[in-house]
Design a protein around this ligand. Structure first.
Ligand code: NAP
Length: 273
């Protein structure tokens, strides 16, 4: 029987998930479809009821519902409960189970490059929802310590508390206090929204070197100014689209119980490159 999947959120028109998952269905000749379904803020409960009525098999969750969706789950896995947000839901006979595949998606490119983050010093820019999943990832991989730099210091401070609670040493600074300290870190991650509108890099990357790992989770545009500056300094760069693909691959595997066709999904995202 044909299966149905979706991504819910608002705005949702520009989501790349329908393309990525549809490419996987085509590649493996699966009788499945994946749609983008707009659910405005404040209408999540009714939206979920509608999805259950049409017997949706699974769905992804994006802004603004990742935290509120937790209320409507019957079960959740550990990634979801630690991070406190959900981005993937499976529906088995009306029982909704939540997962958070952002953390695995974030870590995937390190694994693909055989880069070990154990004992490394991390600088994380941003303290929003994505930053939370990233902190759990670094804690899991036993990074040495993390500095959380954010425009609003208060939000960085609450991420520090969260980080310390799950066993990762952390401190907070304001984003504009980072200045030329890039050289003090092994890994630098941009998890702010800066770059989405082609803004200049939020920090100076003049002092990075060929061992520094610079990771931008913004995936549109692919080549942000932040990554361009990192390349100029000779750093190892990781692109935001890799995290996007990683979380989609993991969601695919949860829903279908089989290995995802990574290359077909990547091609759908990047076009023939
Ligand atoms: P969020 O919860 O809204 O957090 C946004 C973060 O960006 C906050 O730290 C915020 O700082 C900061 N910020 C926003 N505008 C800023 C500005 N003009 N100057 C300085 N800081 C600014 O969003 P999110 O869910 O964490 O997502 C963050 C970014 O990651 C988005 O661009 C999203 O597209 C991307 N993302 C990518 C993936 C992927 O798979 N590649 C997955 C998830 C998210 P304040 O605390 O001061 O507001």
């Amino acid at each position: 029987m044909s299966k149905l999947f979706a991504i819910i959120g608002d705005p949702i028109d520009h989501s790349l998930s329908p393309n990525i998952h549809s490419a996987a269905f085509r590649e493996l000749s699966l009788e499945c479809s994946y749609i983008a379904y707009r659910i405005p803020r404040g209408e999540l409960e009714e939206g979920i009821e509608s999805l259950k009525k049409i017997k949706i098999d699974g769905f992804n969750v994006t802004i603004p519902h990742k935290v509120e969706m937790m209320k409507y789950l019957d079960m959740m896995d550990e990634s979801c409960s630690i991070i406190g947000a959900v981005n993937t839901v499976s529906n088995k006979d009306g029982i909704l189970k939540g997962y958070n595949t952002d953390m695995d998606g974030f870590l995937e490119p390190f694994k693909k490059r055989n880069l070990n983050v154990k004992d490394l010093k991390i600088l994380l820019l941003g303290a929003g929802g994505a930053a939370r999943a990233i902190i759990v990832g670094f804690a899991k991989e036993h990074a040495q310590c993390i500095t959380i730099a954010n425009r609003t210091l208060e939000n960085a401070n609450s991420m520090v508390k969260f980080s310390n609670k799950i066993g990762l040493n952390a401190n907070a600074i304001k984003l504009d206090e980072v200045r030329d300290t890039a050289k003090n870190y092994d890994v630098i991650v941009n998890a702010t929204s800066i770059g989405l509108k082609n803004e200049p890099s939020p920090i100076s990357l003049d002092s990075v070197n060929s061992k520094t790992i610079v990771y931008d989770i913004v995936y549109m545009p692919i080549n942000t100014d932040f990554l361009k500056k990192a390349k100029e300094g000779g750093a190892i760069v990781i692109y935001g689209y890799e995290m996007l693909l990683g979380q989609a691959v993991r969601a695919f595997e949860i829903w279908h119980g089989m290995e995802a066709p990574y290359n077909a999904m990547k091609k759908a995202l990047l076009g023939g490159t």
